[in-house]
Ligand binder design. Structure first.
Ligand code: NAD
Ligand code: IPM
Ligand code: MN
Length: 336
């Protein structure tokens, strides 16, 4: 496997090295290709990402990505969105599952759902018109885009509890009526149980009754917001991994950003990045290794080895090393 490794900016440079060390501890035949992308590169060279970088990413089997900073500069185009679009990675998969020894701010521990976020259109279309007194962003919802994400969600539901919740705002936006219709038809023909909920109410239900959900499918921006909110169930932004999947490419990254407020302090939680490695291994078919990584993360956290976001005093590297130690000792009796 040829894996592109993009650390990016801020804490991306701190958490990705830990994730890579975890991968190395598994001694798999994986060739790593470092790629420099992001705001740091932009400041140095005037380019945050080049055509050559995109080619390199396309030529790898998959990508491990840290986080990038988006400066408030109107000339700056988000590299993350460029990559998702260029590589047509239409499904953003964000599992929300408790970890051992950690109770999130909601106090809930019986949830296990996955947000399936449409990743290429919606309000992220990039079609904008900016004038002095008014600015427009075009929200794009296509039948094709809705169908492929609905199919992904239904396929995933079949492997889980066969239940899909379609989240939308069709009472206000006709674009979401199309999304809803296509998702309903797809679930109906795929024999998947489904219901639908307006996104504002969904924010309330999801935080109050997370145990009721299995697969949550939604449009781009709603998925973005609901996933950060869901990190409150798990316990920190630093605990939530994700996968961006397309027909030809796959890209694994923590859900969190470059966290400029803590960057450089060596206290960022590396677990989201390490669990992104777990998703990568699973995607590639290294299922035993994926489960070993997950068990080792749970074992480590359950022992109380935590970074300050979880109330602990361990550093990024210490937590990363503890996960590696646990992998090396091939722990068997740890909580799922
Ligand atoms: P953020 O996710 O970077 O941080 C939100 C809060 O969570 C901060 O208080 C931060 O300290 C905390 N946090 C995040 N990750 C953590 C970790 N691993 N360990 C401990 N605490 C953690 O969101 P933001 O502050 O809104 O955005 C900062 C920058 O990151 C912006 O430029 C934004 O555009 C960018 N961003 C990038 C990505 C990405 O590259 N995937 C994702 C989100 C935001
Ligand atoms: C995420 C991030 C990105 C998004 C930003 C950085 C463009 O918040 O991956 O959730 O909005 O998709
Ligand atoms: Mn986000």
């Amino acid at each position: 496997m040829k894996l592109a490794v993009v650390e990016g900016d801020g804490i991306g440079k701190e958490v990705i090295p830990e994730a890579v060390k975890v991968l190395d501890a598994l001694s798999l035949p994986i060739e790593k290709v470092p790629v420099e992308i992001g705001y740091g590169k932009w400041k140095k060279t005037g380019y945050a990402i080049t055509d050559e970088d995109i080619e390199t990413l396309k030529n790898c089997d998959c990508i491990l990505f840290g986080a990038v900073t988006t400066p408030p500069d109107p000339e700056y185009k988000s590299v993350l969105l460029t990559i998702r679009k260029e590589l047509d990675m239409y499904a953003n998969i964000r599992p929300v599952k408790p970890l051992a020894g950690i109770t999130g701010v909601t106090g809930k521990s019986d949830f296990n759902y996955v947000i399936v976020r449409e990743n290429t259109e919606g309000l992220y279309s990039g079609i904008e018109e900016i004038h002095d007194d008014v600015a427009y962003t075009t929200r794009v919802v296509s039948r094709k885009g809705s169908k492929r994400i609905a199919e992904y969600a239904c396929k995933l539901a079949k492997m889980r509890n066969n239940n899909v919740t379609i989240v939308h705002k069709s009472n206000v936006m006709k674009s979401d009526k199309l999304f809803l219709d296509v998702c309903q038809q797809t679930a109906e023909s795929g024999d998947v149980n489904y219901s639908d909920t307006l996104v504002d109410a969904m924010a309330y239900y999801l935080i109050t009754y997370p145990e009721k959900y299995d697969v949550v499918v939604t449009t781009n921006l709603f998925g973005d917001i609901l996933s950060d909110m869901s990190a409150a169930h798990i316990g920190s932004m630093g605990l939530m991994p994700s996968a961006n999947i397309g027909e030809e490419h796959a890209f694994f990254e923590p859900v969190h950003g470059s966290a400029p407020d803590i960057a450089g302090e060596k206290i960022a939680n590396p677990v989201a990045a390490i669990l992104s490695i777990k998703m990568l291994l699973q995607w590639y078919g290294y299922n035993n290794e994926a489960s070993l990584v997950e068990r080792s993360v749970n074992y480590t956290l359950n022992k109380g080895i935590k970074t300050p976001d979880l109330g602990g005093e361990y550093t990024t590297e210490e937590l990363g090393q503890a996960v590696i130690d646990s992998i090396n000792s091939q722990v068997e009796t740890v909580p799922e």
